[in-house]
Design a protein around this ligand. Structure first.
Ligand code: SF4
Length: 325
Protein backbone atom coordinates (compact mmCIF):
# COMPACT_ATOMS: atom_id res chain seq x y z
CA UNK A 1 0.00 0.00 0.00
CA UNK A 2 1.30 3.43 -0.95
CA UNK A 3 1.65 5.73 2.06
CA UNK A 4 3.26 8.69 0.27
CA UNK A 5 2.92 9.70 -3.39
CA UNK A 6 5.02 12.52 -4.76
CA UNK A 7 3.56 13.61 -8.11
CA UNK A 8 5.42 15.97 -10.45
CA UNK A 9 6.57 18.13 -7.58
CA UNK A 10 8.60 21.31 -8.07
CA UNK A 11 9.98 23.71 -5.51
CA UNK A 12 11.48 26.99 -6.70
CA UNK A 13 12.89 29.54 -4.27
CA UNK A 14 13.23 33.17 -5.44
CA UNK A 15 16.84 34.39 -5.36
CA UNK A 16 17.33 37.15 -2.79
CA UNK A 17 19.06 40.15 -4.36
CA UNK A 18 20.67 43.29 -3.02
CA UNK A 19 18.93 46.66 -3.40
CA UNK A 20 21.05 47.84 -6.37
CA UNK A 21 20.77 44.52 -8.18
CA UNK A 22 16.99 44.53 -7.87
CA UNK A 23 16.86 48.07 -9.30
CA UNK A 24 18.89 46.98 -12.31
CA UNK A 25 16.79 43.93 -13.16
CA UNK A 26 13.07 43.47 -12.77
CA UNK A 27 13.22 39.73 -13.44
CA UNK A 28 13.25 37.28 -10.54
CA UNK A 29 15.62 34.36 -10.71
CA UNK A 30 14.66 31.11 -9.04
CA UNK A 31 16.66 28.36 -7.43
CA UNK A 32 15.09 25.21 -8.88
CA UNK A 33 15.74 23.12 -5.79
CA UNK A 34 13.33 20.38 -6.87
CA UNK A 35 12.31 20.37 -10.49
CA UNK A 36 9.58 17.87 -11.33
CA UNK A 37 10.01 14.66 -9.36
CA UNK A 38 7.67 11.74 -8.83
CA UNK A 39 8.04 8.70 -6.59
CA UNK A 40 6.01 6.61 -4.14
CA UNK A 41 6.81 5.26 -0.70
CA UNK A 42 5.18 2.01 0.39
CA UNK A 43 3.90 1.66 3.94
CA UNK A 44 6.66 0.20 6.14
CA UNK A 45 9.38 0.90 3.58
CA UNK A 46 12.68 2.71 4.09
CA UNK A 47 13.51 4.66 0.97
CA UNK A 48 16.80 6.51 0.76
CA UNK A 49 17.56 9.67 -1.17
CA UNK A 50 21.18 10.13 -2.12
CA UNK A 51 23.16 12.66 -4.12
CA UNK A 52 25.72 15.41 -3.69
CA UNK A 53 24.99 18.52 -1.71
CA UNK A 54 22.71 20.71 -3.87
CA UNK A 55 20.90 17.75 -5.44
CA UNK A 56 17.57 18.68 -3.80
CA UNK A 57 17.24 15.77 -1.38
CA UNK A 58 16.69 17.87 1.78
CA UNK A 59 14.10 20.08 0.04
CA UNK A 60 12.35 16.90 -1.13
CA UNK A 61 12.23 15.65 2.46
CA UNK A 62 10.84 18.96 3.68
CA UNK A 63 8.20 18.89 0.97
CA UNK A 64 7.11 15.37 1.97
CA UNK A 65 6.30 16.53 5.51
CA UNK A 66 4.99 19.88 4.29
CA UNK A 67 7.59 21.99 6.06
CA UNK A 68 7.58 23.81 2.72
CA UNK A 69 4.81 24.08 0.11
CA UNK A 70 5.42 22.82 -3.40
CA UNK A 71 5.51 25.38 -6.19
CA UNK A 72 3.76 22.80 -8.38
CA UNK A 73 2.60 19.20 -8.08
CA UNK A 74 0.98 17.08 -5.42
CA UNK A 75 2.07 15.31 -2.27
CA UNK A 76 -0.42 12.66 -1.26
CA UNK A 77 -0.22 11.14 2.22
CA UNK A 78 -2.43 8.13 2.96
CA UNK A 79 -4.74 9.08 0.08
CA UNK A 80 -5.00 12.77 1.06
CA UNK A 81 -3.46 15.61 -0.94
CA UNK A 82 -1.48 17.55 1.67
CA UNK A 83 0.21 19.95 -0.77
CA UNK A 84 -2.05 22.89 -0.01
CA UNK A 85 -3.17 22.15 3.57
CA UNK A 86 -3.05 25.02 6.04
CA UNK A 87 -3.91 25.80 9.66
CA UNK A 88 -5.82 23.17 11.61
CA UNK A 89 -5.76 20.58 8.79
CA UNK A 90 -1.97 20.87 8.49
CA UNK A 91 -1.59 20.62 12.28
CA UNK A 92 -3.68 17.43 12.25
CA UNK A 93 -1.49 15.83 9.59
CA UNK A 94 1.67 16.86 11.49
CA UNK A 95 0.71 14.35 14.18
CA UNK A 96 1.27 11.62 11.63
CA UNK A 97 4.40 12.86 9.85
CA UNK A 98 7.66 14.04 11.39
CA UNK A 99 11.05 15.35 10.32
CA UNK A 100 14.39 15.02 12.07
CA UNK A 101 16.94 17.73 11.29
CA UNK A 102 20.54 17.05 10.41
CA UNK A 103 22.21 18.97 13.22
CA UNK A 104 20.81 17.98 16.63
CA UNK A 105 22.62 20.87 18.35
CA UNK A 106 21.08 23.64 16.28
CA UNK A 107 17.67 21.96 16.12
CA UNK A 108 17.32 21.99 19.93
CA UNK A 109 16.60 25.24 21.76
CA UNK A 110 19.61 25.71 24.09
CA UNK A 111 17.37 27.19 26.82
CA UNK A 112 14.69 24.49 26.70
CA UNK A 113 15.04 21.40 28.87
CA UNK A 114 15.06 18.03 27.16
CA UNK A 115 11.69 17.18 28.70
CA UNK A 116 10.14 20.39 27.35
CA UNK A 117 11.75 19.94 23.92
CA UNK A 118 10.26 16.46 23.56
CA UNK A 119 6.90 17.36 25.14
CA UNK A 120 6.41 20.61 23.20
CA UNK A 121 4.44 18.93 20.41
CA UNK A 122 2.01 17.46 22.99
CA UNK A 123 1.42 20.95 24.38
CA UNK A 124 0.97 22.46 20.91
CA UNK A 125 -1.50 19.73 20.00
CA UNK A 126 -3.22 20.17 23.39
CA UNK A 127 -2.86 16.49 24.25
CA UNK A 128 -3.25 15.30 27.88
CA UNK A 129 -2.77 17.00 31.23
CA UNK A 130 0.63 18.21 32.42
CA UNK A 131 1.16 15.00 34.41
CA UNK A 132 0.12 12.81 31.50
CA UNK A 133 2.48 14.69 29.20
CA UNK A 134 5.37 14.24 31.60
CA UNK A 135 4.63 10.54 31.83
CA UNK A 136 4.56 10.22 28.04
CA UNK A 137 7.84 12.16 27.67
CA UNK A 138 9.53 9.89 30.23
CA UNK A 139 8.27 6.85 28.37
CA UNK A 140 9.78 8.19 25.15
CA UNK A 141 13.08 9.13 26.85
CA UNK A 142 13.35 5.58 28.09
CA UNK A 143 12.48 4.22 24.65
CA UNK A 144 15.18 6.20 22.87
CA UNK A 145 17.79 5.02 25.34
CA UNK A 146 17.98 8.05 27.67
CA UNK A 147 17.54 6.19 30.89
CA UNK A 148 16.69 6.70 33.70
CA UNK A 149 14.42 9.34 32.14
CA UNK A 150 14.08 11.54 35.24
CA UNK A 151 17.82 12.25 35.12
CA UNK A 152 17.53 13.56 31.53
CA UNK A 153 14.19 15.37 31.77
CA UNK A 154 15.50 18.63 33.25
CA UNK A 155 18.86 18.74 31.53
CA UNK A 156 19.71 21.32 28.89
CA UNK A 157 21.04 20.30 25.46
CA UNK A 158 24.61 21.43 26.23
CA UNK A 159 24.71 18.86 29.04
CA UNK A 160 24.31 16.00 26.55
CA UNK A 161 26.75 14.33 24.15
CA UNK A 162 26.18 14.44 20.36
CA UNK A 163 24.74 10.91 20.36
CA UNK A 164 22.39 11.71 23.27
CA UNK A 165 21.17 14.84 21.45
CA UNK A 166 20.42 12.75 18.38
CA UNK A 167 18.38 10.42 20.60
CA UNK A 168 16.44 13.46 21.86
CA UNK A 169 15.76 14.42 18.24
CA UNK A 170 14.29 10.96 17.59
CA UNK A 171 12.34 11.17 20.88
CA UNK A 172 10.87 14.48 19.76
CA UNK A 173 9.87 12.90 16.44
CA UNK A 174 8.26 9.90 18.18
CA UNK A 175 6.25 11.73 20.84
CA UNK A 176 3.10 11.91 18.70
CA UNK A 177 3.34 8.30 17.46
CA UNK A 178 3.88 9.24 13.81
CA UNK A 179 3.51 6.86 10.87
CA UNK A 180 6.01 8.51 8.55
CA UNK A 181 9.38 10.05 9.47
CA UNK A 182 11.74 11.92 7.18
CA UNK A 183 15.20 11.81 8.65
CA UNK A 184 17.84 14.15 7.22
CA UNK A 185 21.42 12.91 7.57
CA UNK A 186 20.68 11.40 11.02
CA UNK A 187 24.25 10.21 11.60
CA UNK A 188 26.25 12.89 9.81
CA UNK A 189 26.99 14.84 12.99
CA UNK A 190 27.71 11.98 15.39
CA UNK A 191 30.91 10.08 16.14
CA UNK A 192 31.62 6.98 14.07
CA UNK A 193 31.41 4.94 17.28
CA UNK A 194 27.84 6.17 17.92
CA UNK A 195 26.64 5.89 14.32
CA UNK A 196 25.72 2.20 14.50
CA UNK A 197 23.78 2.73 17.75
CA UNK A 198 21.68 5.55 16.24
CA UNK A 199 20.92 3.49 13.13
CA UNK A 200 19.96 0.56 15.32
CA UNK A 201 17.65 2.80 17.35
CA UNK A 202 16.08 4.05 14.13
CA UNK A 203 15.39 0.53 12.91
CA UNK A 204 14.10 -0.62 16.33
CA UNK A 205 11.62 2.26 16.34
CA UNK A 206 10.55 1.28 12.84
CA UNK A 207 9.83 -2.27 13.94
CA UNK A 208 8.07 -1.28 17.13
CA UNK A 209 5.88 1.49 15.70
CA UNK A 210 5.52 0.22 12.11
CA UNK A 211 7.20 3.37 10.78
CA UNK A 212 7.88 4.32 7.20
CA UNK A 213 11.08 6.31 6.63
CA UNK A 214 12.47 8.63 4.02
CA UNK A 215 16.19 8.45 4.78
CA UNK A 216 18.24 11.33 3.38
CA UNK A 217 21.97 10.81 3.30
CA UNK A 218 24.97 11.69 1.17
CA UNK A 219 26.63 8.60 2.67
CA UNK A 220 25.69 5.71 0.40
CA UNK A 221 27.51 3.17 2.54
CA UNK A 222 25.18 3.98 5.45
CA UNK A 223 22.05 4.03 3.27
CA UNK A 224 22.80 0.49 2.17
CA UNK A 225 22.44 -0.75 5.74
CA UNK A 226 19.01 0.69 6.36
CA UNK A 227 17.18 1.27 3.07
CA UNK A 228 14.98 -1.03 0.99
CA UNK A 229 15.11 1.22 -2.08
CA UNK A 230 17.33 4.10 -3.09
CA UNK A 231 16.60 7.15 -5.23
CA UNK A 232 19.56 9.03 -6.69
CA UNK A 233 19.03 12.78 -7.13
CA UNK A 234 20.97 15.19 -9.29
CA UNK A 235 20.29 18.93 -9.55
CA UNK A 236 16.63 18.74 -8.52
CA UNK A 237 15.78 15.59 -10.50
CA UNK A 238 15.58 11.88 -9.68
CA UNK A 239 17.90 10.12 -12.12
CA UNK A 240 17.61 6.53 -10.89
CA UNK A 241 15.44 4.59 -8.43
CA UNK A 242 15.57 0.92 -7.61
CA UNK A 243 15.96 -1.65 -4.88
CA UNK A 244 19.15 -1.11 -2.97
CA UNK A 245 20.95 -4.24 -4.17
CA UNK A 246 20.47 -3.48 -7.84
CA UNK A 247 21.53 0.15 -7.34
CA UNK A 248 24.68 -0.84 -5.42
CA UNK A 249 25.65 -3.85 -7.47
CA UNK A 250 24.70 -2.63 -10.93
CA UNK A 251 24.06 1.13 -11.07
CA UNK A 252 22.91 2.22 -14.54
CA UNK A 253 22.83 6.02 -14.67
CA UNK A 254 26.38 7.36 -15.16
CA UNK A 255 25.95 9.65 -12.14
CA UNK A 256 24.87 6.70 -9.97
CA UNK A 257 27.86 4.73 -11.29
CA UNK A 258 30.14 7.59 -10.18
CA UNK A 259 28.59 7.87 -6.72
CA UNK A 260 28.68 4.13 -6.07
CA UNK A 261 32.28 3.85 -7.22
CA UNK A 262 33.21 6.66 -4.80
CA UNK A 263 32.08 4.65 -1.75
CA UNK A 264 35.21 3.87 0.24
CA UNK A 265 36.01 0.16 0.59
CA UNK A 266 37.45 -1.14 3.85
CA UNK A 267 40.03 -3.33 2.08
CA UNK A 268 42.67 -1.14 0.33
CA UNK A 269 43.68 -4.10 -1.87
CA UNK A 270 40.29 -3.97 -3.60
CA UNK A 271 40.66 -1.65 -6.60
CA UNK A 272 37.56 0.21 -7.74
CA UNK A 273 36.89 1.89 -11.08
CA UNK A 274 37.68 5.60 -10.88
CA UNK A 275 34.37 6.97 -12.09
CA UNK A 276 33.73 9.60 -9.40
CA UNK A 277 31.66 12.39 -11.00
CA UNK A 278 34.15 14.96 -12.28
CA UNK A 279 33.73 18.69 -11.68
CA UNK A 280 31.21 20.51 -9.54
CA UNK A 281 27.43 20.35 -9.49
CA UNK A 282 26.18 23.32 -11.63
CA UNK A 283 23.98 26.13 -10.31
CA UNK A 284 20.31 25.21 -9.80
CA UNK A 285 19.41 28.75 -10.94
CA UNK A 286 20.36 28.04 -14.54
CA UNK A 287 20.77 24.27 -14.93
CA UNK A 288 22.38 22.81 -18.09
CA UNK A 289 20.11 22.12 -21.06
CA UNK A 290 18.93 18.62 -21.95
CA UNK A 291 20.32 16.13 -19.49
CA UNK A 292 21.50 18.18 -16.53
CA UNK A 293 24.38 15.81 -15.97
CA UNK A 294 25.81 16.18 -19.49
CA UNK A 295 28.69 18.61 -18.68
CA UNK A 296 30.06 16.03 -16.21
CA UNK A 297 29.01 12.81 -17.88
CA UNK A 298 31.76 10.54 -19.29
CA UNK A 299 29.18 8.93 -21.61
CA UNK A 300 27.52 12.08 -22.99
CA UNK A 301 26.71 12.10 -26.72
CA UNK A 302 25.06 14.54 -29.20
CA UNK A 303 21.51 14.04 -27.97
CA UNK A 304 22.33 14.68 -24.30
CA UNK A 305 22.52 18.52 -24.24
CA UNK A 306 19.51 18.78 -26.57
CA UNK A 307 16.88 16.58 -24.99
CA UNK A 308 15.98 15.97 -21.38
CA UNK A 309 15.77 12.24 -20.56
CA UNK A 310 12.69 11.07 -18.64
CA UNK A 311 12.59 8.34 -16.00
CA UNK A 312 11.96 5.06 -17.81
CA UNK A 313 11.09 1.68 -16.38
CA UNK A 314 13.94 -0.67 -17.28
CA UNK A 315 12.45 -3.69 -15.51
CA UNK A 316 12.29 -5.05 -11.97
CA UNK A 317 10.92 -1.78 -10.65
CA UNK A 318 14.05 0.12 -11.68
CA UNK A 319 13.63 3.58 -13.21
CA UNK A 320 16.45 5.41 -15.01
CA UNK A 321 16.57 8.85 -16.67
CA UNK A 322 19.31 8.53 -19.29
CA UNK A 323 19.32 8.38 -23.10
CA UNK A 324 21.49 5.26 -22.93
CA UNK A 325 18.50 3.26 -21.65
FE1 SF4 B 1 25.11 10.97 -19.61
FE2 SF4 B 1 23.58 11.47 -21.70
FE3 SF4 B 1 22.82 9.67 -19.93
FE4 SF4 B 1 22.80 12.23 -19.33
S1 SF4 B 1 21.54 11.24 -20.86
S2 SF4 B 1 23.54 10.61 -18.08
S3 SF4 B 1 24.60 12.96 -20.40
S4 SF4 B 1 24.60 9.55 -21.27
Amino acid sequence: MKLVEVKDVKKYFPVQRGFLESLMSKETDFIRAVDGISFDIEKGEVIGLAGESGSGKTTTGRLCVRLVRPTEGQIVFDGMDISTLRGKDLREIRRRIQFTFQDPTSSLNPRMTIGDAIGDALRLQEIGTEDERRERVEEVLERVGLSPPETFYDRLPHQLSGGQKQRVVFGRAMILNPEFVVTDEPVAMVDVSIKAQILELMMDLKKEYGLTYLFISHDLATSRHVCDRIGIMYLGKIVEVGDKDSIYEDPLHPYAVGLISAIPVPDPKIKKAKAVPRGEIPSPIDPPSGCRFHPRCPKAFEKCPLEEPVLKDVGNGRLVACHLY
